[in-house]
Design a protein around this ligand. Structure first.
Ligand code: HGY
Ligand code: MN
Ligand code: MN
Length: 412
């Protein structure tokens, strides 16, 4: 019965609207500084303004909405998530963490209420890092971690990030001014679908995040010897693809053997120029993503995997280039904010489940600048995410938004 739900159904409708904005017909794909980024951002900015917020794009293409507080100078509550998606994504990853706080502010505005502190809702233009390989640029910029060299990174079409940002209407030179002053930030809190099965399997609508796993992202480039598939004897080959295959399985083997402390993924692999059925692959690139809640274990794993890949390359007479794309340290959520979220969940009459996040989130960038907190909402279909099979029910979306509103009011 959704009639009694004051937030959930409309949030899902808005997620549908944004989900229809895609670079690839037939699937959800929305990357940074594209016309789709602009189209989705314009909707989000309009919804923020309707909710009584001053809202606009910042120099990096994030859409930032601000709802003033009643006490001048009080540090702000920062909340939000990302509006970009992976390729062939679902409709709720990131977006829920933008739409839920907008719904909370809209409710305050409708009732003519202001909390003692300002509320800033931030829709980050880049979190997934699909277009430029480096991720979370929005939250890195707001915490002063975005290095100026980032603007030289080129996308697959060779377009430098700085050029794409200027073409979008952004301003690389103004990006350093986006850094938030810790004195003006009370907490960064993000609501996000769990992207896993725990809440679903154990029957919780929402959960409180304890910590966010750290990650290492690498691009490996192999240079073997291309050749004729019919004439080169097997013993004389330096096949870059079979070398890559052995390395890919090593990532899996190493992380499987870690008793759950590590996860490792090779999500992209390409043979130069696409390869051909009758050519021995000479050049291959692939990516590695290793995660853990334990930074030392993750770093040790990345080192061990690199050493094994180099040994495989040496044994096969293939040259290897190991490019560290980015490293992110695991982030611990603030104990007091976790307790505040737990109280809001209990006040809503629900049991509380604390759980870690294997996925990375913008929240982790705010560790060190302000206390950080995350609330997960249950997603269906076995918790699948980064897939069109991602689901979120109107009831759960409603519960999570009601709890977020209680948390904000409790902060007051
Ligand atoms: O990769 C992640 O963990 C997140 O979806 N960006
Ligand atoms: Mn994601
Ligand atoms: Mn996400």
């Amino acid at each position: 019965m959704t009639a009694a739900l004051r937030f959930g159904p409309r949030i899902l409708e808005r997620a549908e609207t944004l989900g229809a904005i895609t670079e690839r017909p037939g699937m959800v794909a929305r990357s940074y500084l594209t016309p789709q980024h602009r189209e989705a951002g314009d909707h989000i900015r309009a919804w923020m303004r309707e909710a009584g917020m001053e809202a606009d794009y910042d120099a990096l293409g994030n859409v930032v909405g601000r709802y003033p507080g009643s006490r001048p100078g009080a540090p702000a509550i920062l909340t939000g998530s990302h509006m970009d998606s992976v390729i062939d994504a679902g409709k709720y990853d990131g977006l829920f963490g933008i739409l839920a706080p907008i719904a909370c502010v809209e409710e305050l505005h409708r009732a003519g209420r202001r909390l003692p502190f300002p509320i800033e809702v931030i829709a980050f233009g880049d979190e997934e890092g699909v277009r430029f390989g480096t991720s979370m640029m929005g939250s890195k910029a707001l915490t002063g971690k975005l290095d100026a060299s980032t603007f030289a990174i080129r996308d697959a079409a060779g377009v430098p990030l700085g050029d794409a940002l200027r073409a979008f209407g952004g301003d690389p030179e103004a990006v350093p001014s986006l850094k938030r002053d810790p004195k003006h930030v009370r907490v960064f809190v993000e609501t996000h679908i769990e992207q896993g099965p725990v809440l679903l399997d154990e029957g919780f609508a929402v959960g409180v995040v304890t910590a966010i796993a750290g990650s290492t992202r690498v691009r490996v480039a192999l240079r073997g010897e291309e050749g004729h598939a019919g004439t080169v004897p097997m013993a004389l080959r330096h096949d870059a693809l079979t070398a890559a295959a052995e390395m890919v399985l090593e990532v899996e083997r190493h992380c499987r053997a870690s008793a759950g402390r590590l996860v490792g993924t090779v999500g992209k692999l390409a043979v130069a120029a696409g390869g051909a059925i009758n050519v021995i692959p000479g050049r291959v690139e692939f990516t590695i993503d290793v995660r853990s809640g334990d930074d030392a274990a993750r770093r040790a794993a990345a080192g061990a995997i690199e050493a094994t890949c180099r040994a495989i390359a040496g044994a096969r007479g293939v040259a290897i280039e190991w490019n560290l794309l980015q490293e992110m340290a695991a982030a611990q959520c603030d104990a007091a904010e976790r307790a505040a979220l737990a109280r809001a969940i209990e006040a809503h009459g629900l049991p509380v489940r604390h759980l870690p996040s294997g996925a990375g989130h913008d929240t982790m960038q705010f560790a060190g600048l302000a206390p950080i907190a995350m609330m997960f909402v249950r997603c269906g279909n076995g918790g699948v995410s980064h897939s069109p099979r991602e689901t979120l029910s109107a009831e759960d979306a409603d519960i999570a938004t009601e709890v977020l509103l209680r948390y904000l009011e409790e902060l007051a």
